[in-house]
Design a protein around this ligand. Structure first.
Ligand SMILES: [Zn+2]
Length: 233
């Protein structure tokens, strides 16, 4: 299978679905992680270009650890808008990868970037097969779209779970690649990165009857293609 993760900021996919991507990668699926914005707001003292460059390196390190391909779209951090430009970029991104499964943000949460990226990824995915929509890449089949965990699990009720017990140490390493954001999260929200993923994974694990889990919601498709099989690992 081909799997595409679409995260607003460099570290989102790792925090909210890193264990699931580790499982996809471990079983030999082709994994691509797309970082939509450049993360230039993510530091208290470093200027925008400097922290954006650091975050791109951190994202590359996480992708290398995962054995994943990286796509860096470079939209400005905290200024992602749902418009023609982002629709076209997302259609091309999906067509370039041709994923069976696309995992992105639940489009109803605290961050404008998270909300916009989740909505645009879901909506763009529905039109990637349309021949009349001309972009740089050829049409592909519509992927199954899953929404990943919300920050601290707030307001998010999963309908599918992935047991990440065996890959939890890898998830910790993936998140730890984003060292600058470990400092930033502590600074802006007084949250410890590792504690955040440990508590959330244990909480979802309790719900699923395993040690550690990640939760997902599947985007409803109706006549665009509902599922009779499981595509999460
Ligand atoms: Zn984010």
């Amino acid at each position: 299978m081909k799997v595409l993760g679409v995260g607003a900021h460099p570290d989102d996919i790792e925090i909210f679905a890193g264990g699931t991507f580790a499982k996809y990668a471990e079983r030999g699926d082709e994994v691509t992680i797309a970082y939509v914005t450049d993360g230039q707001m993510g530091h208290a003292t470093l200027p925008p270009e400097e922290i954006a460059a650091i975050r791109k390196e951190e994202a590359q390190a996480a992708c290398d650890l995962l054995g994943a391909k990286m796509i860096w779209l470079g939209f400005q951090d905290e200024f992602f808008f749902y418009n023609m430009e982002s629709r076209t970029a997302f259609v091309d991104m999906v067509r370039q990868v041709g994923p069976d499964v696309l995992i992105t943000h639940y489009p109803d949460m605290f961050s404008g970037d998270h909300t916009g990226v989740g909505q645009q990824a879901n909506d763009a995915a529905i039109v990637v097969n349309m021949p009349n929509l001309k972009t740089d890449y050829a049409p592909v089949e519509i992927p199954q779209v899953y929404f990943m965990e919300a920050p601290c699990g707030v307001g998010f009720i999963p309908d599918e779970y992935v047991d990440i017990t065996d890959v939890f140490e890898i998830k910790k390493k993936l998140v730890s690649c984003h060292k600058s954001q470990s400092e930033w999260l502590k600074y802006c929200a007084d949250i410890d990165y590792i504690e955040l993923i440990e508590v959330t994974a244990r909480f979802r694990g309790l719900q699923a009857g395993v040690r550690y889990a990640e939760g997902f919601k599947r985007s409803p498709r109706g006549w665009m293609g509902d599922l009779t099989r499981r595509v999460l690992p």
